[in-house]
Ligand binder design. Structure first.
Ligand SMILES: [Fe+2]
Ligand SMILES: [Fe+2]
Length: 139
């Protein structure tokens, strides 16, 4: 799988979310690059921890927006979206544990990066913005 690369096509039109997404993709790309190069173990773990912080901050911001949704279809979106954020964090923690044991986690990292872009940034986050617009909630 190719490494994560930021693209303007990921822009959603919400300044803070777009900024956090860009930070997420860029910090993930730095992590992938370090994991495929001859990088000291501690440095790779540090980059993964940075990414985890960025992901958690981004999830909190999106979840604050979701708290304003009220319609039934929006509430099902919120449940699924929040559960996916938690699943991403668990997946990343599993990778962290593998790396800490000295195992190769290159494939798992590639998979996580591809899912972050395809399932969070493209599918769920565009859906979230659509629901906010549909409910007439300013953002
Ligand atoms: Fe999200
Ligand atoms: Fe997101």
């Amino acid at each position: 799988m190719p490494p994560a690369i930021w693209s303007e096509t990921y822009l959603i039109g919400h300044a803070e979310m777009d900024h956090l997404h860009r930070t997420l993709v860029d910090s993930f790309a730095a992590l992938q690059q370090a994991a495929t190069a001859d990088t000291p173990h501690g440095k790779i773990l540090g980059l993964l921890d940075d990414w985890l912080d960025h992901f958690a901050r981004h999830a909190r911001m999106e979840e604050r927006l979701m708290e304003r949704l009220t319609l039934p279809q929006s509430l099902s979106h919120r449940d699924a979206h929040v559960a996916e954020h938690v699943a991403f964090l668990h997946q990343a923690m599993d990778i962290r544990n593998s790396l800490a044991r000295g195992e190769d986690a290159g494939n798992a990292l590639d998979h996580l990066g591809a899912e972050m872009i395809a399932f969070d940034m493209i599918r769920r986050d565009f859906e979230l913005i659509g629901l906010l617009l549909h409910e007439g909630i300013p953002f």
